[in-house]
Design a protein around this ligand. Structure first.
Ligand code: PMM
Length: 284
């Protein structure tokens, strides 16, 4: 267990925050195509808030392994109206993007967090946007785009946890050098990004190493493949994404008990209950 850090420019809900996912994409691995229409996406975001989400994360580009990139105009057209509508309804919105232009327009439209799965490596100009706007900036551990991130090179480590911590520290240092303030930074070890099944469990069992970087911690394990592998049937067939929600709730409980600042999930209500249990447990 470690001290749960808060992000000063966001409401402190007094417990681990729950971030609900709205993927405005045709090809995300568990909900691709469900919320591609802007009105549907907004309704879904509002339903997540109704279910207890503290933050709604809006993304317009899938980062699942093997996904093709979309161009900036397409990403922006997907994300901007949804961010604007949700922010206009008072929702704390985060924008899930690796692009400076999309981040900037989304913050203009009311987004209050930039969630950059590349931690500034895909488009370094995004760090200037984070510095200029002053909004919380999620630095995730990332080694490359979806077409290469699960290859042998991208998943090879000398010593997994120290390597990931060192790479995160480097990304944070670059962000700070560009003018991002330390209190803006949120750290995410990047579950499923350049990590094969067992490597994700090693990361999860060493969360204190990531917390020692001195920033609030975000974890996004919801429905990911390593849970499908854990729950595979006796013939080795992976448990499909929608069958991984109960396991996701277990991760939420453990992450919140450890001291994570936020968990990013698709199915919000049970994770909110799990967080409440975990916080009560921490209080003793
Ligand atoms: N994973 C996905 C998308 N965005 N953001 C952060 N900060 N951390 C993650 O691990 C992360 C993310 C991919 O999952 P999805 O397709 O369910 O959105």
């Amino acid at each position: 267990m470690f001290v749960r850090r808060v992000v000063p420019m966001l409401p402190d809900v007094g417990r681990c925050q729950v971030m609900g996912v709205v993927n405005v994409t045709p090809d995300s691995f568990s909900d691709g195509g469900l919320w591609l229409d802007a009105d549907d996406a907004v309704q879904h975001g509002l339903a997540l808030v109704e279910a207890g989400a503290d933050i709604v994360d809006v993304g317009g580009e899938s980062t699942r392994p093997g996904a093709q990139r979309v161009d900036a105009a397409t990403e922006l057209a997907r994300v901007e109206p949804v961010v604007r509508a949700l922010a206009g309804r008072g929702v704390v919105v985060s924008v899930d993007t690796m692009r400076a232009e999309v981040a900037e327009r989304a913050v203009d439209a009311g987004a209050r967090i930039i969630n950059d799965v590349s931690g500034g490596l895909a488009d370094p100009d995004i760090l200037d946007v984070a510095a200029r706007t002053g909004v919380p900036y999620v630095v995730m551990h990332w080694r490359g785009h979806s077409d290469t991130m699960q290859g042998d090179d991208a998943t090879r480590y000398d010593d997994l946890v120290p390597d990931v911590v060192a790479e995160l520290r480097r990304s944070i240092d670059v962000a700070l050098a560009k003018g991002v303030r330390p209190e803006q930074v949120v750290v995410d070890p990047g579950i499923g990004f350049s990590k094969r099944g067992p490597q994700n469990w090693t990361v999860l069992s060493h969360l204190e190493a990531f917390a020692s970087l001195g920033h609030p911690l975000l974890l996004a394990a919801s429905r990911k493949r390593f849970l499908g592998e854990l729950l595979a049937d006796e013939d080795g067939a992976l448990r499909p994404p929608l069958g991984r929600d109960d396991a996701t709730v277990a991760i939420t409980a453990l992450a919140a008990t450890a001291g994570a600042w936020c968990v990013r999930v698709h199915d919000v209500a049970p994770s909110v209950d799990a967080v409440r249990v975990a916080e009560r447990w921490r209080d003793g």
